[in-house]
Each structure stands twice: as C-alpha cells, then as structure tokens.
Design a protein around this ligand. Structure first.
Ligand code: GLN
Length: 192
C-alpha cells in the first residue's frame, strides 16, 4: 500500500488527507515534527496556507533540509498554493528567503490582488481533466518556468499548474471541492 505524508504544520492539510484517503488503498500520515519525517513515505503533500508561517515553522523544526534532500532524491511531491511557493526556486521580491526551492519556477505571491481575492473557474488541466473547477484563494501564479518544467494549466495567461519530474504544483486548491482527479493523477502516475 502506498504511504503519503501530509505536511500538517498549518493550513488546509485535513482536506488533502480526506481527498487522498477517498482514493482508497492508501495510507496517510501527518508531518508535525522532525520524528514524523523518519517514517517511510512514498509521496508528500504540501498544502496551502501561509507560506511565510510554514517556512518559519520548517526552520524551527529543522525540517527544511530533510524535505529538500528527499525531493532532490526523487520523493514525489504535490504542492498547492502556499506549497507551490515553498517549492519555488524564485519568488518575486523575496530573494533572501530560504525555501525548499527544488522546482525551477518563478512565482508571484498574492498575484490576483485584493480586489479579486478568491475566485473559481473551470479550466483544462493537461493529463487530468478538460474542465477542472479551480478554486483560487489569494493565490500565487507562476511567472516563468525553467526548461525542465512542463506547464499543465493556465488562467488568463498565467501559469497555474506545472510539473517537473517528481514535483507537481497548483496555485489553486484542488483539495476543496469534490473532484479528486488531480490527487488521483499524483497518486497513480507520480507516486511509485
Ligand atoms: N497567500 C498565501 C501565501 O502567500 C497563499 C494562499 C494560499 O495558500 N491559499 O503564502
């Protein structure tokens, strides 16, 4: 049975756990402290929330390097929203901030601004769905990608989902709502 770790320091981790569990034949456990990380895992989910808070906690718990090394060594990871920000090599205006930084993407935080804030839209996501209901909550977008990154979805000319080898990111929240097809893609196609 596949074992999926969910980073559970802050943010929308419970919704991810429930969605992954709904796919059956999978075990889920939470990462809350360094000892949790020692357990065997076949994949990792980094949820949405507040990226600055999550980065601070990852430093305090001494988890940042462990996570970074595991992903660099091929651990499949799925990051949503703040999780995408944590995985980004570059974030506009935040060059001094230490992140997991394993994915070759440049990200703009809180990109949809205050007026729009949160919104939903149906968009095609490559490999997954012709029409996926995407929920954006003070979301980032991907401004540019490196040559090894594949763009999977765009909204209004901005990249909102991408993949680089073992890493999958969305700037929206697929764990909110009823469509588990992105989680199924991660679990079935990326987690070995
Ligand atoms: N605005 C948040 C950040 O910058 C991300 C929002 C989210 O995860 N829903 O960290």
């Amino acid at each position: 049975m596949k074992k999926i770790a969910v980073l559970a320091l802050q943010g929308a981790f419970i919704e991810h756990e429930e969605m992954i569990k709904s796919l059956g034949d999978v075990e889920v456990f939470e990462i809350r402290k360094k000892e949790d990380w020692q357990q065997h895992k076949d994949g990792l989910i980094i949820p949405g929330g507040e990226s600055t808070t999550m980065i601070k906690l990852l430093h305090e718990l001494d988890l940042l390097n462990d996570i970074q090394t595991a992903i660099s060594n091929g651990l499949p990871v799925f990051g949503t929203c703040a999780g995408l920000i944590l995985l980004a090599k570059n974030v506009v205006g935040e060059s001094g901030v230490q992140r997991i930084a394993t994915m070759d993407i440049e990200v703009v935080r809180n990109a949809y601004g205050r007026q729009l804030g949160s919104f939903e839209t149906n968009v095609k996501m490559k490999y997954v769905s012709d029409s996926f209901l995407m929920t954006f909550i003070r979301a980032p977008y991907i401004k540019s990608v490196g040559k090894d990154v594949e763009v999977l979805a765009e909204v209004d000319g901005h990249i909102v989902a991408a993949k680089q080898a073992n890493q999958l990111v969305t700037s929206f929240h697929p764990e909110l709502g009823n469509d588990a097809s992105i989680h199924a893609y991660f679990l079935e196609q990326m987690v070995k």
